[in-house]
Ligand binder design. Sequence first.
Ligand code: GLU
Length: 500
Amino acid sequence: MSKKVRVRFAPSPTGPLHIGGVRTALFNYLFAKKNGGEFILRIEDTDQNRYVEGAEKYIIDALNWCNIPFDEGPGKEADCGPYRQSERKPMYKKYALKLIEEGKAYYAFDSSESLDTHRKDHEKESKTFIYNWHNRLKLDNSLSMMPEDVKAKIEKGDDYVIRFLTPQDEKIELVDIIRGNMTIDSNILDDKVLFKSDGMPTYHLANIVDDHLMGISHVIRGEEWLPSLALHYQLYKAFEWEVPEFAHLPLIMKPVGKGKLSKRDGDKLGFPVFPLSWKESKGYREEGYFPEAVINFLALLGWNPGTEQEIFSLKDLTELFSLERVNKSGARFDPDKTKWYNQHYLQEKTNYELVPIYKDILKSNNIRVENEALIEKVIGLIKERAVFPSDFYELSDYFFVTPTSYEEKASKKQWKDGTCDIMTSLIEVIKTIDDFSTENTEKIVKQWIGEQELSFGRVMPPLRLVIVGAMKGPHIFDILEVIGKEETIKRIEKAIDYLK
Ligand code: GLU
């Protein structure tokens, strides 16, 4: 690759970024980093009607949370700024006018009512109305009108749009890194609007002009933009600009059934479709996902390493990523797999790193624990069963609060005649233990069970029941060590009282 790699992520701030948008950003980022290039964020906000307050900040926050920051963009101005199209507005018109001068575009005065009528007439005959070579001379535009009439209309201030004059009878050869070569017959294309009556460029014009002015070498975007590729190629040709390379990423498909992943799928099956929360919709971050997990599962939605490997850090990905290994076919979204990834990255964290997160969770449950070493220890005992840090509390609340009830089914099964006496004697044994470490307590209690010729089944399950309140949790002597001798005795006494 000789040319300097510069790629861009160019979202329209029309709402929160969908997880598919994050994947597009990620693939751009990875491609840039792999090739020592730059990753640019451009905000495509030419459609004022669809502008949503807060969406731009959301996009930036999401990229930063995922650890895929842009090198240039709003707030990180460099030579090619500004990076918001609304701030670039004055520069677009001259490009549209240049095409008119060169006979590659034309003014069109058709009212929306008349276009609607044409559309409806076509629909009646089950046809689609296309504004192009076959009818443009019969419509209301600078090709069908006398030049002086055109001039007069413009001077009078009549509304007009500028349309691209699609060349006739051309075979347009397109190249896509992922999809290979394609040929499109120019006669099936319509004369797309490049410039609107409100003085704003359309997506197509602004996008091409900016990609050119920003020195974009590779356009990596979602498959939904593939139908625009022929027009974009022709615009580059019309301007006599070098065409960047294109890569259209496969769609992200629903977990089940046909079609692309939508917010509704997330609502129905209970998984987030946004990286961060937006209004009432919870994001991956707020659901307790780690950015490493999100990046890892997104990378494999469409890209494959060519091996069985599934775990990739961002660093691994920036070393391995290539557009040649992006698949053509849609990538099915698997919510269970996203959890699997999170569980993996949760286990990768040290217990120490997770202390502040768990401390906050405890606080929100009105439990204040100042002893961080203790929290760290508890995390170590229960972490492997957790998918999210939010699972910690349910898995370990009994370390911090004395049980107030005992699982009914387990009580019936474990609390038999004689259990009260056994537990009472056990208290006496525990009272004699000075070193309350897991190993020592275990050794002494087991020795006592042997001496008394009791079975383990008579002692250990009821002990767990009274300490935990249910038949769950890690090694019981680990739990005893954490809660301490006094609390152990207190819990057994309390249970005897309650269950007798
Ligand atoms: N503004 C377009 C979008 O919202 C950008 C498409 C492109 O990358 O060319 O997705």
